[in-house]
Design a protein around this ligand. Structure first.
Ligand code: SF4
Length: 220
């Protein structure tokens, strides 16, 4: 936690860091979620959530099921800078709302195998961030890319274009859907309100149970 704080430019630990597991637990527990899809870096937080709810159940009343973390199969992507995982704050990402041109431009600037100076040099895909994108987005072709790179047959420009095309194909349906919603902002408000109303009802019921279990239901 200290490392994360200093990485983000804080010279001390603030409540946001310490209280995060509590607020995350509240977000999960209010609707009695039993399955939570998370990234692998969130698994320790989920363990905290399970512990907090287990303790509540032991101390007061077993009203919460311990939620399970479901970790997606999608691998974590290294950033375009090749330095660390993709992170908005590091500006090394391709965002889901990126335009076609944006994806192409960003991919052009992506770091590659630092040992491959000329196209005639054999590449080392295992240390190339772009190759890891092939593994994520173009699984069917990774062997051919590996061969082409290590035999110096495939140039980085072409290699990047291939992956940019695949990412654009993946993002295109999302862009279309996004544009549809952008044309009907009232519908977005309605969806948010519908979701909030549903969540509020469930949350109120959970809080009634919590207050009863803790014998703090003075006004009910
Ligand atoms: S050819 Fe592709 S995998 Fe090989 S170094 Fe260039 S960008 Fe990386």
């Amino acid at each position: 936690m200290k490392a994360e704080a200093s990485e983000r430019g804080y010279n001390d630990l603030y409540y946001g860091f310490l209280g995060y597991p509590i607020s995350q637990t509240a977000d999960i527990a209010f609707c009695k979620a039993t399955i939570v899809p998370v990234g692998e870096d969130q698994v320790p937080h989920m363990e905290q959530t399970r512990k907090i709810l287990r303790r509540f159940n032991q101390l007061y009343s077993p009203i919460f099921e311990e939620p399970k973390a479901i970790v997606g199969e999608t691998p974590r992507l290294i950033g375009l800078d090749g330095q660390s995982k993709m992170s908005k704050s590091k500006e090394n990402t391709i965002n889901l709302d990126a335009s076609k041109e944006d994806v192409i431009e960003k991919m052009k600037k992506a770091k590659t195998d630092p040992l491959r100076i000329r196209k005639t040099d054999a590449g080392h895909p295992e240390i190339c961030p772009v190759y890891s994108y092939h593994q994520a987005f173009r699984k069917e072709d990774t062997e051919a890319i590996y061969e082409g790179c290590t035999n110096a047959q495939l140039g980085c420009v072409e290699c990047k274009q291939l992956v940019a095309t695949s990412i654009n194909e993946l993002l295109e349906p999302m862009r279309e859907r996004r544009h549809q919603f952008e044309r009907q902002p009232k519908r977005i408000d309605e969806i948010l309100l519908e979701g909030t109303s549903k969540a509020r009802l469930i949350g109120e019921q959970t809080m009634r149970e919590v207050r009863e279990a803790m014998q703090m239901n003075y006004f009910e």
